[in-house]
Design a protein around this ligand. Structure first.
Ligand SMILES: Cc1cc2nc3c(=O)[nH]c(=O)nc-3n(C[C@H](O)[C@H](O)[C@H](O)COP(=O)(O)O)c2cc1C
Length: 201
């Protein structure tokens, strides 16, 4: 016999977005980082990125990256991507599938650059592209910023390497670990609505 549990899909998706929003806002939140996966030449590629913004109305999540990094070419080849969030404390796993877009100019790009703090901008000042081979394990950020962050003006030259990636969410697979039995639901975006159904965990 199965037990009917008192969970509501509408409140699950609302709370899920609230938690992701907090993840973008608070550096110590469980959902501040996520694993971001692309496919390149049929090989899955995965890495950690910082969640920078959640747009509930558009159903988008956003992160920042270096335009010279490998993931940019991978997204250009295949914009279908996956994102994985897991919190041991909240006992939740969120798997997102969506369509990624790269922005290197425009309103969103300017806003995200403006809102980036100098310590975040620092990595865009590296002379060498991410993943380029170097002789020694040295930092490629200019020496003068090894002990201090650049000022806002000094960080401006990093803007040419900065990119904003938006992920338009198509599917969310939510899993909640419960000792009395796990709960899992699938949400799909259709127009402005989220269609949902329960899944066997
Ligand atoms: C905690 C953490 C946060 C990271 N955040 C970002 C990020 O927001 N953007 C980014 O491009 N790389 C970030 N990285 C580095 C990536 O995981 C990866 O090493 C780098 O972007 C190169 O990836 P790629 O060669 O697959 O493009 C982060 C790494 C860690 C460990």
């Amino acid at each position: 016999m199965t037990t009917q549990l008192n969970y509501n899909q509408e409140s699950i998706i609302t709370q899920l977005f609230e938690k992701l929003k907090l993840g973008a806002e608070k550096a110590n939140h469980e959902f501040h980082t996520f694993s971001f996966a692309t496919i390149y030449n049929s090989v899955p590629k995965i890495r950690t990125v910082v969640l920078r913004k959640v747009d509930i109305e558009k159903g988008e999540i956003i992160f920042h990256t270096d335009i010279r990094s490998g993931k940019i070419a991978e997204i250009a080849e295949n914009p279908m991507v996956s994102c994985l969030f897991y919190s041991r404390l909240l006992r939740e796993q969120i798997r997102i599938e969506g369509n990624a877009k790269i922005f290197t100019k425009g309103e969103l790009f300017e806003k995200q650059w403006l809102n980036s703090l100098p310590n975040s901008r620092k990595c865009y000042l590296a002379e060498n592209a991410p993943s380029s081979k170097i002789d020694k394990p040295i930092s490629t950020i200019p020496e003068k910023f090894s002990k201090r962050n650049p000022t806002s003006g000094e960080s401006e030259s990093g803007k040419k390497n900065f990119a904003v990636v938006t992920i338009k969410i198509e599917k969310i697979d939510w899993l909640y670990l419960r000792s009395g039995g796990h709960i899992r639901a699938l949400f799909r975006k259709e127009g402005n609505d989220w269609l949902s159904n329960w899944l066997v965990p």
